[in-house]
Design a protein around this ligand. Structure first.
Ligand code: AMP
Length: 147
């Protein structure tokens, strides 16, 4: 764990996050500044700054969970899903702990925007209702296969 890393501190439960799915190696939680409602981040629990130094098995395991979150989003109203992952600051990476953005899209999506905050929830109740639906959709998919 890197004590200066915000995502490590989420894994350690030192900082709150709205968890959608947790496995032995990964955590999936709502992005605090969503591009779309239902925007989820999937991270390995172990700290690797970027995709480049992450072990193959960890990449595989994390991607299996990314796919499962994508399936849960599709089961709860998404018509399409973007998976986005950035490496290093010049590529737009703000948090140097490997993470995959899983972003639900519909035909009502304003545009193919990558701007943070565009998908803000109208209220905490709206976010909580969506969280429950997503957790319910993702839970039957556990446990992920070992890779
Ligand atoms: P990136 O620009 O790819 O590094 O994305 C970092 C993402 O982390 C952004 O979309 C932020 O909104 C998100 N983020 C930062 N802090 C938190 C937090 N405490 N909880 C959830 N998401 C966060």
């Amino acid at each position: 764990m890197d004590p200066n890393c915000i995502f490590c501190r989420i894994v350690a439960r030192e900082i709150p996050a709205v968890t959608i799915l947790e496995t032995g190696e990964t955590l999936a939680f709502l992005d605090i500044n969503p591009i779309e409602k239902g925007h989820v981040l999937v991270i390995p629990k172990v700290h690797y700054p970027t995709l480049l130094e992450t072990p193959d098995a960890t990449v595989c395991h994390t991607m299996v969970v990314v796919r499962r979150i994508a399936a849960a989003l599709m089961a709860t109203g998404a018509e399409g899903v973007n998976v986005l992952q950035s490496n290093f600051a010049c590529a737009g990476q703000e948090v140097p702990h490997l993470h995959f953005h899983v972003i639900p899209r519909t035909s009502a999506s304003k545009s193919m925007s990558w701007a943070s905050g565009v998908g803000k929830y109208a209220s905490s109740e709206e976010r909580d209702q969506l969280t429950t639906r997503l957790r319910d959709a993702a839970a039957p998919l556990l446990p992920p296969p070992s890779v």
